[in-house]
Ligand binder design. Structure first.
Ligand SMILES: Cc1cc2nc3c(=O)[nH]c(=O)nc-3n(C[C@H](O)[C@H](O)[C@H](O)COP(=O)(O)OP(=O)(O)OC[C@H]3O[C@@H](n4cnc5c(N)ncnc54)[C@H](O)[C@@H]3O)c2cc1C
Length: 371
């Protein structure tokens, strides 16, 4: 029987593992983290992500997910609000990703945690996977699902200067009861000069603030996070109000630099036809769409479908590229408008004047189909 190796146990890798194992394949998944971890992510689960999770047998509500029915868009003192055009939830990635990995194990996938893959040898028909602690493993098909982390031997082709790419940061809070009540059921998207932040409640009465900023000197040194927050709360009284009296729940924020927004993998002949890139290894959509997890799961389902039909990774990548190109283009335009200081007030004014525009944008930046 042919063997599949999955590198990375996020939503993309775990989805692929579940589907391959349920199709009777021999599957091994290698994840470098030894146990559940927090990830830099706004923890927003779009309607598509929820549908895909349920189709795999993972019910976000039973994990403590909070329903999100409305979007608030905020710039300075301007606020626009609209109902989301799809049912959505918020749930920590620590809990969501863990549930997917456990489902993969229950489906029969071998999940090896606490082992990092250090590189790939791509010059053979069977790809060699170098690992920490497990030696070199070879497999007929490899599903590359390491998220934003590139592996030695299989870098993504850079589409922008890494030094100019944004930085993602995340902190959990316990808000005051009145702030938590005002936030319930909403995802708040706060635009600020050089970036935007998402704020929403998650399970256990916690709230998550996840933000994206252009590289900034504010972040230098041990007090960088405090400086940045001071600047944001000064620019946005709404955020200051929300965080007044809030208790941070992590010692320091989680951070990721050099986020390659807009990256969409172009199939090319130099890569083996047995290397399927899925999740952020295939496409990195701007996070204000809140659809990255759905794309990760959707791309995994498409890759598994292709490999079970005997299609190669180049065909799969071309089909995925076609399926995502329009969504990625629109998301890129929205991201640019949302991060341009001169346009941010205008964006919120337009959203308040024509709330249908916000719903339209939310709808057209979704991945189509449930896998
Ligand atoms: C600031 C920000 C906010 C976001 N907010 C949202 C949001 O609210 N909603 C949403 O849907 N999307 C959001 N996204 C996007 C979303 O987080 C990603 O699209 C999604 O996590 C991609 O899933 P993945 O499985 O491809 O990668 P990941 O979730 O990153 O998983 C990759 C896994 O691979 C493992 N790994 C990495 N390297 C190795 C290695 N060498 N060996 C073994 N294992 C390895 C990692 O430990 C990790 O578990 C956001 C992104 C950013 C940057």
């Amino acid at each position: 029987m042919s063997s599949a190796l999955i590198i990375g146990g996020g939503p993309a890798g775990a989805t692929a593992a579940i589907l391959l194992a349920r199709a009777g394949q021999t599957v091994t998944l290698i994840e470098r983290a030894p146990g559940p971890i927090d990830k830099v992510c706004g923890d927003f689960l779009s309607g598509e992500a929820v549908t895909l999770a349920r189709s795999l047998g993972v019910e976000p509500l039973s994990l403590g997910a909070q329903p999100v029915t409305h979007l608030r868009l905020i710039s300075g003192t301007r606020i626009a609000e609209t109902a989301l055009p799809f049912p959505a939830f918020s749930l920590s990635r620590r809990r969501f990703d863990e549930a997917l990995l456990r489902t993969a194990e229950a489906a029969g996938a071998k999940v090896l945690r606490g082992h990092a893959v250090t590189g790939l040898d791509l010059d053979t028909t069977r790809i060699g996977v170098r690992t920490q602690g497990l030696g070199i493993i070879s497999a007929d098909r490899v599903f590359l699902a390491t998220g934003k982390h590139d592996l030695r031997g299989a870098p993504r082709i850079a589409q922008s200067d890494p030094r100019l790419r944004p930085i993602g940061l995340k902190m959990y809070y316990r808000l005051t009861p009145s702030a938590a009540a005002a936030l319930a059921g909403h995802v708040e998207l706060i635009l600020f000069p050089s970036g935007y932040a998402g704020l929403q409640t998650v399970e256990d009465g916690h709230a998550v603030l996840c933000l994206l900023t252009a590289p900034t000197r504010d972040l230098a040194g041990p007090t960088g996070w405090t400086h940045l927050l001071d600047r944001l709360t000064a620019a946005c009284p709404h955020l200051r109000h929300r965080l007044d009296g809030a208790q941070p729940l992590l010692d320091r924020p989680l951070a990721i630099a050099g986020v390659p927004y807009g990256y969409l993998h172009q199939p090319h002949g130099a890569e083996p036809k047995t290397l399927f890139r899925i999740g952020d290894q295939a496409a990195v959509i701007p996070s204000l769409t809140g659809d990255g997890v759905a794309i990760a799961m959707h791309s995994a389902a498409m890759a598994v479908g292709a490999s079970l039909r005997g299609e190669d990774a180049t065909q799969f990548a071309a089909n995925l590229h076609r399926a995502l190109a329009r969504q990625m283009r629109i998301a890129g335009v929205v991201h640019k408008a949302g991060t341009k200081p001169g346009l941010q007030h205008l964006v919120v004014w337009a959203a308040r004047t024509w709330p249908g525009v916000m719903r339209w944008v939310a709808a057209v930046t979704r991945v189509s189909g449930g896998g």
